[in-house]
Design a protein around this ligand. Structure first.
Ligand SMILES: Cc1cc2nc3c(=O)[nH]c(=O)nc-3n(C[C@H](O)[C@H](O)[C@H](O)COP(=O)(O)O)c2cc1C
Length: 151
């Protein structure tokens, strides 16, 4: 059975609610094992064991959150060259922008040679039902893609 790892940080509630929606969608695919971890609790062994990775972070100071950066710093060299081509996706909880978080994460996962299989989802200001639905659909589509072996 394929494994989908969802790793996120939240300083409040928004990115956590987005993560819950992604997880809810992913769990509709029964053929995939879904693991959800906070950045602080996840490490290289989790990434190496996963067939796909979905990352979630707030945008802080025009960048990914410090906890997401810490997570990526801890996993980068341990995983470099060992996860080439594996699928990933990203969701961002932001106030009015979100693009800095996207750019900063994308630059790093480029170095890991991960394969972006979905455009980043950015939740701005107050979370709308539409954004949460998009997150749920992301989780479902990602998990289905893993189960069917399309990535
Ligand atoms: C220290 C700090 C810096 C922030 N910087 C940005 C920023 O650069 N761009 C932006 O769009 N929102 C920014 N925000 C707003 C957060 O991204 C937004 O509140 C987000 O929903 C937080 O997600 P969370 O509730 O999961 O922690 C910042 C918030 C904090 C606390």
């Amino acid at each position: 059975m394929k494994t989908l790892l969802i790793v996120f940080h939240t300083g409040g509630v928004k990115t956590a609610r987005m993560a819950e929606a992604v997880e809810r969608g992913a769990r509709t695919e029964t053929g995939v094992k879904v693991i959800v971890k906070r950045c602080a609790d996840a490490g290289p062994e989790d990434v190496l064991a996963a067939d796909g990775l979905i990352l979630g972070t707030p945008e802080n100071f025009g960048y990914m959150s410090g906890m997401m950066k810490d997570f990526l710093e801890r996993v980068f060299y341990a995983c470099e060259g060992k996860v080439n081509g594996r699928p990933y996706a990203l969701f961002v909880g932001a106030g009015q922008d979100g693009s800095g978080a996207v750019t900063s994460v994308e630059r790093i996962v480029l170095g890991l040679r991960l394969n972006k299989v979905h455009e980043p989802i950015i939740g701005l200001k107050d979370l709308t039902p539409e954004i949460l639905k998009n997150c749920e659909e992301l989780g479902a589509a990602f998990a289905a893609g893993l189960a069917m072996g399309v990535f």
